[in-house]
Structures are given as structure tokens and as C-alpha cells.
Design a protein around this ligand. Sequence first.
Ligand code: DWN
Ligand code: SAH
Length: 406
Amino acid sequence: MNTPCLCCGQDVEAFLSFGSMPLANAFVAPGDSRPEYRYSLAVGICSECTMVQLLKPVPREKLFHEAYAYYSSTSSRMSDHFRRFAADVHTQYLVGQSPLVVELGSNDGIMLQHFVDRGVRCLGIEPSANVASAAKVRGIPTICRFFDETLARQIAAEHGRANAILAANVLCHIQDLHGALQGMRALLTPEGVVVCEDPYLGDLVSRTAYDQIYDEHIYYFSLASLQSAFASHDFELIDASRQEVHGGSMRYTFAAAGTRKVMPAVFRLRQVESELGLSNPETFHRFRQRVERSRQELIALLATLTADGRRVVGYGATSKSTTVINYCGLTTQHIAYISDTTPGKQGKLTPGAHIPVQPREHFLADHPEYALLFAWNHQGEVLEKEAAFTSAGGKWIVYVPEVGIL
Ligand code: DWN
Ligand code: SAH
């Protein structure tokens, strides 16, 4: 039986199932023997609006709460990216005004910090209390709530309407996408812009980056599917640009239909996209076959290394790694521990497989032979930072876009 689309209610055709999974960011304290929450991880494509989506989303309160494990500011390259993002929005859309900028999913303030520094009035909406507090400590006004239409109207009444609404890596996390878009409509000034950025489905498919699929990512946007969702709220896509962050992302700028010029990039990228076949279920069946092959190759590579007595550790206890580790059945037999710089993850065990997470200092003192790069989306930053590991003969194992040793 087909599942109804979360966006338009039509049939969703399943194309990949990972089976039962633990939550991507539910790190376990050693000695905690309570059973872990599990859910069925599967994705499909809507036959009508072509939105790729999870078949059974997990209730949002189980994912975003007072102990959310991801702090955006753990990557210096991402901090640079958001500094440029803020500068671009400011100079392109906000000059000559006394604007209000509202950011959804503002996390620890990685982007809004730059609006504060520029003296621009801003407000973050962040439901995960721990990361919201980190932002407040940095002096960033933050409301600790899930964004929806009710909250949007409250903000508009209290603070006035927003000239720009920003949402980086958050729209794809919001199951009630139409509720969020209605909220944006209510909150935005008539001339305002919505600038959002999310992992791009075209890159996910072409790089076989199946580890982007996990509980928090409910939607996997293409230009066409996101354009269609926004269009039903009278928004028009006026600009789009590819971004290399998070393994291949797309930045989209929307405005009220007919209010601004549509940039040529929109037409160009739509053309490129139509050649990728992102609305064709056949593309996703081929993707599933590549995912299955990638899994077999990674298992075989790790089995060979461990049979030879090689010591492998993981690098970056990412959300994505929970999918890879549990889908490939990796254990401490394959990976001794995972190095991660996030204090809240250190000393804990990874969801499902219970691989210990260790601070980077442990990795530096340990000199393992191989490091499996789970934070592959930060490859440039990590390789630069860990040049000493590489020059001492340490080897990097990767699995996106292909399984191999760098
Ligand atoms: O969409 C999402 C993105 C934006 O962030 C969220 N759903 C959750 C999260 O996804 P993720 O956990 O896969 O994100 P990252 O940025 O790939 O995670 C990197 C992890 O690696 C962090 O735990 C920090 C760690 N790290 C490290 O140990 N050394 C990262 C870098 C750059 C490093 O040098
Ligand atoms: N924007 C940051 C954080 C992305 S992680 C970055 O790009 O690095 C996703 C964030 O969205 C989390 O901090 C989560 O708590 C938040 N979030 C989830 N659902 C939300 C909602 N309905 N409204 C606002 N934020 C939400």
C-alpha cells in the first residue's frame, strides 16, 4: 500500500528502506541500559509533486529538545560560510532599510552572530533549548519554540514583519512544511525575501550520499519540488545557487510572486536538474542499487583491514554516521572509537552500535592506522587540520562518492 505524500496527499512510491534504526543523534551514556527508541527508516518519491520524503517521520519532540547533540559552530569552515551568507543577504536585499531578520533553526547563533555584528535587528527561532541558550549567551535574541504559523503571527505582532527570513538546513526538518510556509507568508513584509539552504537532492543522488537520509531529514528537496511547495503559497523562486557545503547544497531565494526579477540562474539550474531525472522513480531505483553496492564495498573493505589486524577509528560522530554504521552493521570490531570535537558527544556511545566517542586529543595521542571519515562533508577542513596524521602515514577511508582509501 502506498503512503500519502506529506506535502500534497498523493501517493508516495517507496524506493529505499534501511529497516529499523536508532535516532541519528541519540547518543547513549555508558551504563544506560534503557532500550533505545527505534523507527523504520524508508524514503520514497511522490508521484504528483515529486517530493522525496521519509515514509514514517518521527515526532519532532523526540529529535529537537534540551539535549540536541548538534552545535553548528563546531566547523570553522561553516562559520566562514555563514559569515559570507549573512553578508550576501545584507548587501543584496537589506541595504538602505532598518531591517528585521528572522532565522529559523538558528541553533547556536552561527549565522545571526554576523547580523548582530553588523548592527542589524534579528531574532532566532530555535526549539532545541541547549543550543538556543548557547546563542543567547552570545547575545543573540532567540525564541525557544518550533516555528509555525501561530508563532509567526505572534512575532509579527510583537516585533513587526521581517524583511528577510532565513532557514539553513532546517526546512527539510519541518514535517508540516505548508504550516511553515504559511507562517513565512504571515511574517514577511510584502517586499521581503526568504533565503533557505538545504542539502540538494541532485548531489545526494549523484554522489550516492545515502547517509544524508535519517530521521531529522524529512524532505530531500529538488528545485522543482521546493518551488512547487512555495508556489502554493504564492511565492516565486527568484534566485538559486549551488553551495559546496554539507556535501552539496542549494541556496534558494523566494519572494512574493511578481515582486522581483527572476534571475537567469533559476532557469539554468532547472535545466541542469531536468537532465538529472529527479522526478523519475527509475533514477531512485538505480540509486538504491548503488547504495546497496556501496554498503557491500564498505563492509568488505573494513573486513579485509580488520582481518589483516589493521586498527581503524572513525572521524566525526555525525548524524549521517548513524545511518552508515547501523545500515552496514559496523561494530567496535570494525571501528575502535570515533573522534569528535563536540563535548556533549564525548564519553558517550553512538546510537545503536554503541561505538565510543572520544575527544580529538585521544585520536591525536593514539596514532591509529586508518580513519574512516564520517565527516566527509568537512573533508577539506579535516584534512588540513589533521595533516600530521596523514604525513605520519595515517590513511583516510571514505565512502562518498565511492568507497576507497584517499
Ligand atoms: O542537517 C543537519 C546538519 C546541518 O547538521 C542536522 N540534521 C544535523 C547535523 O548533521 P551532521 O551531524 O551530519 O553534521 P556535520 O556538520 O557533518 O557533523 C560534524 C560532526 O563532526 C560534529 O559532531 C563535529 C565533528 N567534527 C569534528 O570532530 N572535527 C567536525 C569537524 C569539522 C572537525 O574538524
Ligand atoms: N541552521 C543551523 C542548524 C541546522 S540543524 C545550521 O545550518 O547549521 C537543524 C536545526 O533546526 C536544529 O537546531 C533544530 O533544533 C532546528 N529546528 C527543527 N525544527 C524546527 C522548527 N520547526 N522551527 C525552527 N527550528 C527548527
